[in-house]
Design a protein around this ligand. Structure first.
Ligand code: SF4
Length: 465
C-alpha cells in the first residue's frame, strides 16, 4: 500500500462496485439532479503541463455542507511520447474505474452523465479534499498506463466554471464521435471487446464495432483499437470477426466466442443489431434503454436524464433495472445515443421504423440522424401520455408499425377447408372460430389425440363490425 500511504482511506479493486446510498452520503457530485457535470481527458504536449499539479476551481469538499449536491467537472490533462489524441476517450473512461477504487467514493456513468458520491465514513477518516482524490487518480493513471508521463488534474465545482467547460466538453465528445462515423462493420476484420463493467455486471461484455458504439457511449471502435494496442492486458481487447452467421441480426462467430469466453460460458450467442433473441447484454451504465411496447408492437427509447415516466408508465430507473446486470433480456436493451445514429441501429427489428416513442430531448439531439420521413411519426412526452394515446397518434400519423398491426390481423385468419365425410347419416359436430378484431387468432394443436368424426365442417364467417 505504499503508493497510497498518505491517503487516509483504502484504495483497491475491492471497492469497485461499492454503492453509497442517500443516508450514507456526505456529498453528491453531478448526478441526475444536477444539470451540468462532465469528465474530460485531453492530451497535451509534454512541455505544456506540470506533472502532479492538482487544481480546484470552486468549493472544496471540506467546505461543502453535509447532504448537499454540487456540479462537478473533472478535467485531466496528460502527456507522454506515445500519448496520442486518439487515446483520450479510453483514458477518460478509466476515471470511472479509478474513482471506484477509492474506499467510500462512488462513480457512475461517464462523460456528461457522471454521478459521484462520497461517503460520510470516508470524509470522517480524512478524505475531505479534492487534492487527495487527485493524487490517487494521478498515481493510478501513471502506474496502470505507463505511457502517461505527465498528468495534471483540475476539479471544478464552481457552477459557472462547470457550465463553461461543460459546453466545451460537449463539443469535444461530438468531434470524437464524428470521427468514428462513416466506417462500416463490413469494412473491418476485427471488432473490440470491453469488460470494464464486469465489476458491476459480471457476465457483461461490450462488443464495439464501427457501427455499434459501446453501451456507455464513451468508447468507439477507434478507441477500442487504440486501447488494445497500448494496453493489451487491459479491459479492452481485440475480437476477430470470424464467420458472418447472420448479416441482419449481426451474428459473428468471433463475437459469440468472445462473449462465451469473457462471460465464463454464461452467454453463448450475441446478435448485435437487435433487441430480441440473443440481444447484446446490458451492464449498468448504458446511456439509454430501448423497451418493447407490446400494445403497439413498437419500441420506445428512454435515456438516463429523462426525469418523467415513459409512455408505458415507467421511469428510466425501473426499466434500467429490468435491462441491466449483464443479462440478455428480450425487448429491454441498453444502448448509447451514438448507436442510434448508426445505420445498423436495431436493423433486425425494423430500425427507425419500429421506434414509436422517445423523450423530446433525445429527438432533438438526434436531429438529422433520424430518417426524415419517420421523425414526425415518433411521439414524445409532449404528444402522448399513455399507450392508448400513443396508439391513436401512430394511426393518425400512419407510422410504419401500423402496417405491422394489419399484417398481424391477416396472419391470424385461419385457413379454411371444408371436409365432407362419406357417411351422411352419422351425427355431425360443427365449430366456429371467429377472427378477433384485435388481430388475435386461435391455434389448436392436438398432439397424440385420437379423434373419431365422420364429418368436420369449418366455415369462414364474415367479421361483424
Ligand atoms: S459500457 Fe461497455 S464499453 Fe463502456 S466501459 Fe462498460 S463494458 Fe466498457
Amino acid at each position: 500500500m505504499s503508493m497510497f500511504e498518505d491517503i487516509p482511506v483504502d484504495v483497491g479493486v475491492i471497492y469497485e462496485g461499492e454503492r453509497i446510498r442517500g443516508p450514507d452520503m456526505f456529498v453528491e457530485l453531478g448526478g441526475p439532479k444536477i444539470e451540468n457535470k462532465f469528465e474530460l481527458v485531453r492530451t497535451r504536449e509534454i512541455d505544456d503541463i506540470e506533472d502532479g499539479k492538482i487544481a480546484v476551481i470552486g468549493t472544496d469538499i471540506k467546505a461543502m455542507e453535509e447532504g448537499s449536491r454540487w456540479p462537478l467537472g473533472i478535467f485531466i490533462e496528460v502527456a507522454g511520447k506515445q500519448v496520442e489524441e486518439e487515446l483520450e476517450g479510453v483514458f477518460e473512461r478509466r476515471i470511472h474505474e479509478y474513482c471506484n477504487f477509492i474506499e467510500g467514493f462512488m462513480h457512475l456513468n461517464q462523460r456528461y452523465d457522471i454521478w459521484l458520491r462520497l461517503s460520510k465514513r470516508s470524509v470522517k477518516k480524512g478524505l475531505n479534499s479534492f487534492n487527495l482524490i487527485g493524487k490517487v487518480l494521478q498515481r493510478l493513471f501513471k502506474s496502470e498506463l505507463p505511457i502517461i508521463e505527465k498528468i495534471q488534474v483540475t476539479f471544478i465545482t464552481d457552477p459557472d466554471g462547470v457550465k463553461e467547460k461543460w459546453e466545451e466538453a460537449l463539443k469535444i465528445y461530438e468531434a470524437r464521435d464524428a470521427r468514428a462515423r462513416g466506417l462500416k462493420d463490413e469494412e473491418v476484420d476485427s471488432f473490440y471487446g470491453c469488460s470494464l463493467c464486469q465489476s458491476f455486471a459480471p457476465t457483461h461484455v461490450c462488443i464495439i464495432t464501427p457501427q455499434r458504439y459501446s453501451n456507455c457511449g464513451a468508447i468507439s471502435w477507434f478507441d477500442g483499437r487504440a486501447a488494445a494496442r497500448i494496453d493489451p492486458k487491459g479491459p479492452l481487447f481485440k475480437i476477430e470477426k470470424g464467420e458472418l452467421l447472420d448479416p441482419i441480426k449481426g451474428e459473428f462467430s468471433g463475437g459469440n466466442d468472445a462473449v462465451k469466453d469473457k462471460s465464463l460460458g454464461e452467454i453463448t450467442r450475441v446478435h448485435l443489431y437487435t433487441a430480441f433473441d440473443y440481444p447484446h447484454t446490458s451492464c449498468g451504465c448504458f446511456e439509454a434503454t430501448a423497451f418493447y411496447i407490446p400494445e403497439v408492437d413498437g419500441m420506445g427509447i428512454v435515456h438516463r436524464d429523462f426525469k418523467g415516466v415513459a409512455v408505458n408508465g415507467l421511469p428510466f430507473s425501473t426499466m434500467a433495472d429490468s435491462t441491466a446486470g449483464g443479462r440478455q433480456v428480450d425487448g429491454f436493451h441498453g444502448l448509447s445515443i451514438e448507436y442510434m445514429r448508426s445505420p445498423k441501429f436495431l436493423q433486425a427489428d425494423g430500425g427507425w421504423n419500429r421506434i414509436v416513442w422517445m423523450p423530446s430531448s433525445v429527438k432533438e439531439r438526434l436531429g438529422e440522424f433520424m430518417p426524415e420521413d419517420i421523425a414526425d411519426k415518433i411521439a414524445t412526452e409532449k404528444d402522448v401520455e399513455t399507450v392508448d394515446e400513443l396508439k391513436t397518434f401512430l394511426e393518425t400519423k400512419a407510422h410504419p408499425v401500423v402496417e405491422r398491426w394489419e399484417a398481424l390481423v391477416v396472419e391470424a385468419e385461419p385457413e379454411v377447408e371444408e371436409v365432407v365425410a362419406e357417411d351422411p347419416v352419422t351425427p355431425t359436430i360443427a365449430t366456429t372460430i371467429p377472427v378477433t378484431a384485435s388481430g388475435l387468432g386461435l391455434k389448436i394443436i392436438l398432439k397424440g389425440a385420437k379423434i373419431h368424426a365422420n364429418k368436420i365442417i369449418i366455415r369462414l364467417v364474415e367479421k361483424k363490425r
